[in-house]
Unconditional design. Structure first.
Length: 254
């Protein structure tokens, strides 16, 4: 059973929630941080290139709900109960581009994350309830592209109603269990370090743009830099070329 709401609606709600919550984490810890949407006005993009504190890329998937009315489903025998699933084609250019970006963001600096994200609800009334209470991401499955490394072909990521996940067709649990609560906790640690002025590695906005350009070119979607457009806007456009929502938190040089 397909979700009754659109992938766009889900993605909009998830990104809005993520940006609001992550920005609040940094503000509550007293960290000098700016969301990307206001950075141009605050910093003046043509005069000062800020650093990336944290970048979250989410590619949204429209999950299917598999109930007892779908016993012939190929994923049902592995789960044995109602569950949500979405498919990943590991041979596709899209997956390879996201895998490249994930590896670059987590090499040494670990400045950001890349996840596939899908709801573990499928009805409009459930979506409305999660949206109104700020629980869209709490009720979502998150999985890194690297969890599928070494696999070939199309595979399903399934999550049962208790929140347990598997990667199919060869059943196995993800190596890294990811939850929105865990990501927020990690952001809190980063925010404390920033607020206390601890030495930390950061990435310049221009470097992030370069990495995104490489990933976009892997999809055949590369584009020339528009020098009359701010680097932050260019990064947002590149994220869109990768079909990703983006939360970008920035800080100025110290």
């Amino acid at each position: 059973m397909e979700c009754s709401f659109s992938e766009f609606s889900y993605g909009y709600a998830a990104i809005r929630e993520a940006e609001s919550e992550l920005a609040q984490v940094y503000r509550s810890r007293g960290a000098p941080i700016l969301p990307s949407l206001v950075a141009e006005e605050q910093l003046g993009w043509d005069a000062q290139i800020p650093f990336v504190e944290y970048a979250l890329f989410l590619q949204f998937k429209r999950a299917q709900y598999v109930s007892r009315r779908h016993p012939a489903s190929p994923t049902w025998p592995h789960v044995g109960g109602p569950h949500y699933r979405f498919a990943i084609d590991t041979d596709g250019h899209q997956h390879r581009a996201l895998l490249h970006l994930e590896q670059r963001l987590r090499t040494g600096i670990e400045i950001g994350e890349v996840f596939y994200a899908a709801p573990t609800f499928h009805e409009d009334r459930q979506f409305d309830a999660c949206y109104s209470t700020g629980e869209v991401l709490d009720r979502s499955s998150l999985v890194s592209p690297s969890e599928f490394r070494g696999d070939s072909g199309v595979h399903h990521f399934v999550t049962d109603l208790s929140g347990n996940s598997q990667i199919l067709s060869t059943p196995r649990a993800p190596q890294r269990r990811v939850s929105w609560e865990g990501l927020v906790a990690m952001a809190q640690e980063h925010a404390v370090a920033a607020a206390e002025g601890r030495p930390r590695q950061r990435m310049r906005v221009g470097v992030l743009e370069e990495e995104l350009m490489v990933s976009a070119e892997m999809l055949g979607r590369g584009s020339d830099r528009a020098i009359n457009v701010s680097p932050i806007r260019r990064i947002q456009r590149l994220a869109a070329l990768l079909d990703c929502g983006l939360v970008l938190l920035l800080s100025s040089p110290e």
